[in-house]
Design a protein around this ligand. Structure first.
Ligand code: SF4
Length: 208
C-alpha cells in the first residue's frame, strides 16, 4: 500500500511526515513526550498494547450512581460513546500510552481551586501530548483524560461546550476498568485511604 506523506504547514518545516507508520513508538518520541509531560506533572508514560484494556458495562454504574458529573459534563456519560461504540473504537487501535501523574496533598478530595488547577494541568498536558503525537505522524491519536473536565468552573452541559477543541472523554466514560487494565500492565495500584497517601492520575492516549 502506498504511504501517505503529509507536509505540515509550519514555517521552516520541510521534512515530510509519514502518517500511519504503524511501528509503535520510538524511544526518541518517548523522550520528547517525557520532557513535555514533565512540564505538566506527568511522571510516567508507558506504551502498551490496546488489547490489555479492560472495558466493562459495570464501570458505567460508577458513573450513573455516586458521581455528580453524570448528565452534567460533556466529558462524561451519557454524552460519551456507549459500550458498543467503545468496543468498536478500541478495535481500531493497537497501541496506546498510559500517562501517570501524582499528587500528595491532604486536600485532594475537596472541591478546591487548587485541586481544579492540578486537574486542568494534567488535562492540558494529556491533550498537548496528543497534539504533539499528531504532529509526529500519529493522526489517530486521541486522549482519554483523568477525571471529569474541569476547564470551566461549571460545565456548560447541556448547553454547547465552551472549549470544544479541548474537550475529551474521561477514561471511565469509555467503560475502562482502570484497575483491571493496570493489573494487565503489571502496575500495582491501590485506593488512597488516608489523606497523607499519594493520589494518582491516570490518562490514556489511543495511538495507532
Ligand atoms: S470545556 Fe467547559 S463546557 Fe466543555 S466539557 Fe469542559 S467543563 Fe464542560
Amino acid at each position: 500500500m502506498k504511504k501517505k506523506i503529509v507536509y505540515l504547514p509550519q514555517p521552516g518545516l520541510r521534512e515530510p511526515v509519514s502518517f500511519r507508520s504503524n511501528i509503535g513508538i520510538s524511544s526518541e518520541t518517548l523522550d520528547l513526550l517525557h520532557k513535555k509531560g514533565e512540564q505538566y506533572g506527568l511522571e510516567t508514560i508507558l506504551p502498551f498494547r490496546v488489547n490489555n484494556i479492560v472495558a466493562a458495562q459495570w464501570v458505567n454504574l460508577k458513573c450513573r450512581y455516586g458521581c455528580s458529573q453524570y448528565k452534567a459534563n460533556w466529558s462524561c456519560p451519557p454524552a460519551t460513546p456507549d459500550l458498543n461504540e467503545v468496543r468498536t473504537i478500541l478495535s481500531e487501535y493497537s497501541t496506546a500510552l498510559m500517562l501517570v501523574g501524582s499528587q500528595n496533598r491532604n486536600d485532594f478530595y475537596k472541591d478546591s481551586n487548587r485541586n481544579r488547577t492540578d486537574q486542568v494541568k494534567y488535562w492540558k498536558g494529556t491533550v498537548s501530548l496528543e497534539r504533539m503525537l499528531f504532529l509526529q505522524g500519529y493522526d489517530k491519536a486521541i486522549s482519554l483524560v483523568s477525571g471529569a473536565c474541569s476547564l470551566c468552573k461549571k460545565c456548560a452541559y447541556p448547553q454547547a461546550c465552551r472549549f470544544p477543541m479541548e474537550k475529551r472523554p474521561t477514561v471511565e466514560s469509555f467503560y475502562i476498568d482502570l484497575v483491571g487494565t493496570l493489573k494487565n500492565l503489571g502496575i500495582d495500584t491501590k485506593v488512597a485511604m488516608e489523606l497523607h497517601e499519594t493520589f494518582k492520575y491516570y490518562s490514556v492516549i489511543l495511538l495507532d
